[in-house]
Design a protein around this ligand. Sequence first.
Ligand SMILES: Nc1ncnc2c1ncn2[C@@H]1O[C@H](COP(=O)(O)OP(=O)(O)OP(=O)(O)O)[C@@H](O)[C@H]1O
Length: 619
Amino acid sequence: MRTPQPKGARAAASNANSEKKSFREQLGALKNLPKFFGLIWETSPAMMLGNLLLRLVKAAIPLAMLYVGKLIIDEVIRLIAVTGERDLSYLWLLVAVELGLAVVSEIINRGITLLDSLLGDLFSNRTSVQLIEHAATLDLAQFEDATFYDKLERARRQTISRVMLMSQVFSQLQDIVTIGFLAVGLVAFNPWLILILLIAVIPSFLGETHFNERTYSLSRSWTPERRELDYLRYIGASDETAKEIKTFNLSGFLANRFKLLSDRYYNLNKKLIVRRALWGSALSTIGTLSYYGAYVFILFRTVAGAITVGDLTFLAGSFSSMRGLLQGIMTRFSQIAESAMYLQDLFDFLELRPEITPPANPLLVPRPIQHGFTFENVGFKYHNSEKWAVRYLSFHVKAGEKLALVGENGAGKTTLVKLLARLYEPTEGRILLDGMDLRNYDLNDLRHQVGIIFQDYVRFQMSASDNIAIGQISDIQNKEQIKASAQKSLADLVINRLPQQYEQVLGKRFANGMELSGGEWQKVALARAYMREAQLLILDEPTSALDARAEHEVFLRFSELIAGKTAVLISHRFSTVRMADRILFLEQGQLKELGSHEELLAKGGKYAELFLLQARGYL
Ligand SMILES: Nc1ncnc2c1ncn2[C@@H]1O[C@H](COP(=O)(O)OP(=O)(O)OP(=O)(O)O)[C@@H](O)[C@H]1O
């Protein structure tokens, strides 16, 4: 059993140390940027180019405005000094240019915001799709691993928050160009001013870098806890859990658990934010002092007549905006480096490869299957467990045979069928299909030829029609086939009663959805098995919520309707199980008995004992 809190806390502490990122590592994370921009470029080259062009033009505007401002002031002073007739046309021309620049600047700003948000949305949608597609290629076992889930969680966040990174990097480039322009003016006047400028901003930059790295470490080491918080928030207020939360009166328990965990995070984070605020204030004071030092210097030079009042405003203006820009660039730099580190999580996730892979020269599943499936001494351990879930399994399922799996809870029935569908790889032994190892077959073809309806099948909050089509999604438009499948599983009786029939959205999540009973849902899910043109059908207790008569009828139909196909059924109802050709009795992961209902009864073993108990109504 996992004990999340102490383990999480230990992990948090050790991660914080091992994940402490140095400045060099932050710089290293920037190597992710070209790949990131590659993805943005693929999203829309036109928008990316347009964005960059607009920003380039925008970068030149501050210098132009400051310079025109200087000319205006010098002209005003000149005009004041002139006696007699004054010609104001040059002044008005300058004012018109300044006005024009202001208007253009505003329009460009709007254009940049527009492109940023459109490109951002496109990028985020594209990455989300990529994430869904990639997740589908991974192994089931990977999804059962907590560290994998953390990675997935971080990657999922990236698809949305990394959109910010794009505009940050673009703004960074824009500001660097602007500074380049302004610096030319400043250097022309006095190169020392640039030095003072650097002294003003470097301390803040180092402070920001340090605190960003701390924030990243904290947030990263807390991923498992954040996932737990999300989970608690979800189960604390969700339609799926509301019933039990109310009847068991769990809200206090959940709220407390949430509060304990969130308070710990809040306190750690608070310490960091407060220290950041204090250091930030101290370091930016150094910046302000050096700025005013430079200002006083420029004032002296003006009073001494070395420069004009226009020069004064130009220099003070460029100095002030360069300071703002440099500070912005440096703060943004550490944010960009931090985001780039997070970006690593997204790329790491996209780099994950499944362990179950198709062979170099995959075989297609024989059509039809001739001999069937053979288990040769198969054993399997879940990766997070030392215990053998199943072991020493050796048996043969003939092509066209209906095999029932029985056994107590945890005996290994579901594990066995997952191995059969190659959702997991046996830890030892092998499974053969028509004499060839399952590993030699094309994975997609194999998955096509095997249809499974699990006991924990998904209740998709979509239309009844889509819920059935899930069994063979390529036939989603084939309404006839969907209806025929529904008739076979008896779901049509349920669906015909719904207000919008096959187009009726099922479940309670959406406003127009209709909830079904457990048994009704199972009939809909069962129809998925009939959608599939699979040669092996596996039903893992898909009828447990049906009443006894409905289950009997469903299985009778099932046997008739899939005549010729191989089927593996799992059920705890012996009246259903006896309809199978043979029954495999599992106990603690091992095969105990195998034979027809009559044979096993005659044997008088465990199966016979349980069957008789159930027949007498004790089970
Ligand atoms: N994802 C998993 N990770 C680790 N152990 C697992 C996992 N799934 C199942 N197990 C363990 O493997 C064993 C066999 O489980 P399995 O689900 O195959 O049993 P089952 O016979 O289908 O049970 P039930 O009748 O309750 O559905 C159990 O001991 C279970 O605890």
